[in-house]
Design a protein around this ligand. Sequence first.
Ligand code: OAD
Length: 288
Amino acid sequence: MGNDGEPHKNKYEEIINLLKTNQLKNITFITGAGISTAAGIPDFRSSNGLFAQTQKKYNLSNPAQFFQIGLFYSHPEYFYDFCKNVEKQINSCKPTKAHLFQGFLCQKGLVRRIFTQNVDGLEIKAGCPKELCTFAHGRIDVAGCPECLRDYDIEELKKKIYNDEIAYCEKCKKPIKPKVVFYGEYLPQSYFDSFADITKTDCAIIMGTSLEVYPFNRLPCNVPNDSWRVLINLVKVSGAFFTTNRLKFDNEYKKDCFIQGYTDDVIQKIVDDCGWTNEFNEYCSKFK
Ligand code: OAD
């Protein structure tokens, strides 16, 4: 045990023991698109992810271009077209075990905050209280003007989108859109308002994210040195984001633990190992 991809047995056991005895009381989640792929929503950077799909469909010069605010201003019809499909898809999606686990721990009163880059709102569908969720990259179900930040009614915007019309801001005349953060836009104030919670966590569970995007990817750096960082992902993510206050994410570090796998499989194992199987099933059954 101890190689990348296999959690150190002792560390994993220590985490399970702390979890099941309710000794971790300020858990934070740091999540990305990988926790929603099991619900049928593609992630961004996988080979069949949203970057590849949109780059090909709109013949774009770089993979992230579709989500740049400049492209939206010049071609709002591209994103409106995208929204039609995504909105329907998201509406019919059910939360995954990774979402439900977050709701389950919220119900136990053990969660300090959920930081997510996802805009699908599946945390809410999984029973996580709104006030504990920070939607760092916005939400698909609220509308606003990217230029002057004025709010708009999402239902009115949807009508326009489905009629193939572009909705413009009454004040600044820019096209409006669902309030999902594009490259070139600021993160919502709620992200900055809740940021300090990461410095108070006793265990950060990082799931389903490549941690490629700044400033969200600074969160794991601000986990206190004496707190746990558990990374659950298909691949071990690495890079500059882990290098400020605390050294690079390292399985060798006594409180960093990488568990490689599909989030839902790993979550099920954690639940079983904590002896929570029946309780978790009962919780999940409320959200089917
Ligand atoms: P990415 O697509 O960059 O990363 C998803 C990560 O989850 C990858 O490391 C996958 O290997 C992993 N993954 C996928 N499915 C998984 C599964 N079932 N179990 C475990 N791991 C899985 O998505 P994000 O990190 O969320 O922002 O992307 C961050 C931001 O990039 C997005 O919010 C978006 C995009 O640009 C903006 O548009 C501003």
